[in-house]
Design a protein around this ligand. Structure first.
Ligand SMILES: Cc1ncc(COP(=O)(O)O)c(C=O)c1O
Length: 267
């Protein structure tokens, strides 16, 4: 799961319980009373999950929204990537299915600018008051100045033209990365084919530790995020996250070729 979420939760020293997942994301049937006993919240990313790029199918969203209606704890829908949908088929949010039971997190980081640090929460009214208190205790408030900048930029519909532009750009870069992976990666390396978001999640042969691989890759001007820190409990160190959003297709191709050569040398 998203390592930034793990970092913020870890300050409260929780005991993490992982919900089983497959290539479509979280498996709602796995949320048995035994698994969730004593839970304080459930954290989920239905859209193009960080780091795997997976998207939760609509039936699973319905099941999770139904679960949220009876669960004695809030279900968090962290959704910064929902607008970056390359398949052209946006799926309904869980918020729309259970508005009184879902805490929905949104962000302007992925569609406007991460440096502005402006995002938002949609939550049941009784929770909002507590969240405002928690936010005040953390940083007093998000600067009014950056909030006003976001308001000025988007109030006349800027995002309606900007989002399709970046969607097209990222869709092409995603396709380029998938082509390059196909072309260069040796047998034994697998990856997913995301329908949106920013990431491709790569599984390496079990003996390769992506943390060690990173140093060698950086020496060749190739960067990725090792997969280990994205695990709440037992880390799988033979995983890594690639991002296709910041460099053009020709550089993606060269980067994947260099990475593949390093991996091939370890087989
Ligand atoms: C799942 C997820 N949630 C939240 C964030 C952070 O968003 P923000 O920049 O709004 O803090 C990220 C960014 O990487 C993310 O991947």
């Amino acid at each position: 799961t998203y390592l930034g979420a793990l970092q913020s939760f870890s300050m409260y020293e929780p005991r993490y319980v992982q919900v089983p997942t497959d290539e479509h994301g979280l498996i709602p049937e796995a949320l048995t009373p035994k698994l969730t006993a004593g839970a304080r919240l459930l954290y989920a990313q239905p859209n193009f999950q960080n780091p795997t790029g997976r998207r939760l199918p609509v039936e699973r969203r319905r099941a999770l929204a139904a679960f949220a209606k009876t669960a004695p704890f809030p279900v968090i829908e962290d959704d910064p990537y929902g607008a970056l949908d390359y398949a052209g088929e946006p799926l309904p949010t869980m918020l729309s299915m259970a508005p009184d039971h879902i805490v929905h997190l949104g962000s302007f980081s992925k569609v406007l600018a991460p440096g502005l640090r402006v995002g938002y929460i949609i939550a049941p009214e009784e929770l909002i008051f507590k969240l405002v208190q928690a936010k005040q205790a953390t940083d007093l408030h998000t600067p009014s100045f950056t909030q006003r900048i976001v308001h000025e930029v988007i109030k006349d519909g800027f995002l309606d033209t900007h989002v399709p532009t970046i969607r097209e750009l990222y869709r092409d870069q995603c396709a380029a990365m998938l082509n390059s992976l196909e072309r260069y990666m040796p047998e034994g390396v697998t990856w997913n084919r995301p329908e949106g978001g920013m990431f491709v999640w790569v599984n390496l042969p079990a003996q390769i530790d992506s943390m060690k691989l990173l140093a060698e890759a950086v020496a060749q001007n190739v960067a990725f995020v090792p997969g280990g820190p994205f695990f709440a409990n037992e880390a799988q160190h033979n995983t890594l996250r690639l991002s296709f959003v910041t460099v053009p297709p020709a550089k993606i191709d060269e980067g994947v070729a260099r990475l593949a050569a390093l991996i091939r040398a370890k087989l």
